[in-house]
Design a protein. Structure first.
Lengths: 173, 383
């Protein structure tokens, strides 16, 4: 229906009209800055990322390896027990091919994002990340992947210390 | 049907808690509450409510991150964007429907995560009317304090008495962040901030978490608990406009109290209430709220605090916990902390600050600058 309307009634406003203050307006830039304490579990997790390692917590009661690590088990509602390193390889659980950037602009090369369940953690535990060294036609659920880490000097204790997950290479498993 | 508090859990209140994130803080308070109630949250709780304002948290849809550390994963959970006492009122109503028997209410502050706390509070001002002036948001408290002191002919010394009393009370509260031996003279000579308010008239922020477990009378019996009954709840909001407020009278608190007293069948609050925990995030607020709650005649609260009526040994102990001046401003957890304190007093579990012969208490909260919103809960034991 709207496709048949070529001209809407009224005066359209452009960004320039707003910038030139042709429109009555009130501007305010909120001064809202936060610095969250990462806490016991996440602090260790981020520190280990800088070492190029992924760390989890175990719960003795439900016998799960919880990743990302947390100090409490949400199933059993009790403190978790031990730190355990897991592998940086895993399996693609789900993915999406994103044709729009965060500003809703169309991008030429689509971004591949998804969730990887990691080897060594309990089933369905892993991380959301980018995928690289594969095309949108090659990516598939169940694909085996490995973390591509930034060089140690560039790591900052962030999930971006992993650049993306890439397909396993020959000899890797 | 009666609804009671069967579990109380709190972390200590601290100026900052860098060792914990807010989830770990919540896990500690929840663990304490469930141990106190002797329940397993994974089996015994029907509904979980958290009280939070996303803008204080610094991220959107805060409640999405709540279930794990509260034992609420895959269970009915919701958020009240308000003070903890408003959450308590909602949990009370959920149980009154008869659909659920046990509910958990959580509220917390991780104010130390907010780098620009003044900026976040300022953002609550009306964007067209008030914000362009660029004044510090606590000016609103200065305006109200000025009107209150003038209309009620209250001496500024009364405010200093509130400051000294609450910081002193906090010395007996191991959870309090700002216990201190403050002399009335110290308060009266502290630097001017938002006249007539001085530095010590303003509570300082703190981190902390409070979790309460509520149960229907039937469930409380089944769980062999000894409940503190929620005899009445009430809440109200005045017009948000700064330009049309009464300023001297906290109408929101008066109306919230009338609602809670009506439910609780309290007819003469001044004689029936044994202990009161009152919002004192600015010193004058304690006096203003006491008058709005009918616990003092208008203009009398200042005289009575100077007579010592509101001390732990006085006729009506007010903020024996130390209040927000002594424990710290824990934002949306303020009201729930006060309900927890009243519950501990009525149960006889208040430790070295335990009062004698207290059977009915009132907890009251205000939703801080620039709001004119408040809630009241009347708690009682026996009967």
């Amino acid at each position: 229906m709207t496709a048949r309307i070529s001209r809407w009634p009224g005066v359209e406003l452009s960004a320039a009209d707003l910038n030139e203050r042709k429109v009555t307006q009130t501007r305010f830039r909120p001064d809202a800055k936060y610095a969250w304490s990462a806490g016991e579990a996440m602090s260790r997790f981020l520190a280990e990322l800088q070492n190029g390692r992924l760390i989890a917590r175990s719960c003795r009661r439900c016998e799960r390896i919880l990743f990302p690590p947390r100090m409490f088990c949400e199933e059993c509602f009790r403190p978790t027990d031990e730190w355990i390193f897991i592998q940086d390889t895993g399996t693609i659980e789900t993915f999406s091919v994103s044709y729009l950037d965060t500003d809703a602009k169309r991008i030429a090369e689509p971004i591949l994002v998804g969730v990887v369940s990691l080897d060594g953690a309990s089933p369905k535990m892993g991380m959301m990340h980018f995928f690289g060294e594969m095309t949108k036609d090659e990516i598939r659920i169940g694909m085996r992947v490995k973390a591509e880490w930034r060089p140690p000097r560039e790591r900052q204790g962030s999930v971006l210390d992993i650049r993306y997950f890439r397909p396993l290479r020959k000899g890797e498993q | 049907m009666r609804v009671g508090i069967i579990g109380v859990g709190m972390t200590a209140f601290r100026p900052s808690t860098p060792e914990y994130n807010w989830k770990e803080l919540m896990f500690e308070a929840a663990s304490r509450a469930y141990a106190d109630a002797e329940i397993n949250p994974r089996e015994d709780v029907d509904s979980f409510l958290t009280c939070a304002e996303d803008y204080y948290e610094g991220f959107g849809i805060f409640d999405e991150f709540v279930p794990d550390q509260l034992g609420a994963a895959l269970r009915p959970t919701c958020t009240v964007s308000g003070d903890g006492l408003q959450g308590l009122a909602n949990a009370y109503m959920q149980i009154q429907t008869g659909l659920i028997d046990v509910a958990v209410v959580e509220a917390h502050s991780k104010a130390s995560d907010i780098v620009t706390l003044d900026g976040v509070i300022e953002h609550a001002l009306d964007p067209i009317w008030n914000k362009p002036l660029g004044a510090h948001p606590f000016v609103v408290a200065g305006l109200e304090a000025d009107a209150y002191l003038r209309v009620t002919r209250t001496s500024p010394k009364a405010l200093a008495m509130v400051v000294a009393k609450n910081h002193g009370n906090a010395l007996k509260n191991p959870l309090a962040a700002y216990g201190a031996a403050v002399e009335v003279e110290d308060a009266m000579r502290s630097p001017e901030r938002f006249a007539p308010l001085r530095a010590l008239d303003i509570s300082n922020p703190a981190d902390g978490c409070v979790v309460l477990v509520l149960a229907s009378e039937r469930a409380a019996k089944k769980l062999h608990s000894n409940p503190v009954w929620i005899r009445g709840v009430g809440w109200a909001s005045d017009s948000p406009s700064l330009e049309t407020r009464d300023w001297s009278d906290a109408a929101y608190a008066r109306i919230a109290a009338e609602m809670a007293y009506r439910l609780a069948k309290v007819r003469r609050p001044a004689t029936e209430i044994d202990v009161a925990e009152i919002d004192d995030r600015f010193s004058y607020k304690e006096l203003q709220h006491l008058e709005s709650l009918g616990l003092a005649k208008k203009g009398d609260a200042g005289k009575r605090v100077m007579r010592g009526d509101y001390g732990a040994e006085g006729r009506l102990p007010v903020n024996v916990s130390g209040g927000s001046l002594g424990c710290g401003n824990v934002f949306e957890a303020t009201g729930l902390h006060r309900a927890a304190e009243v519950a501990l007093q009525l149960r006889g579990d208040a430790g070295v600050r335990q009062l004698d012969r207290v059977r009915t208490g009132v907890a009251q909260s205000w939703r801080f600058i620039p709001s004119a919103t408040g809630a009241v809960a009347v708690l009682g034991v026996g009967g």
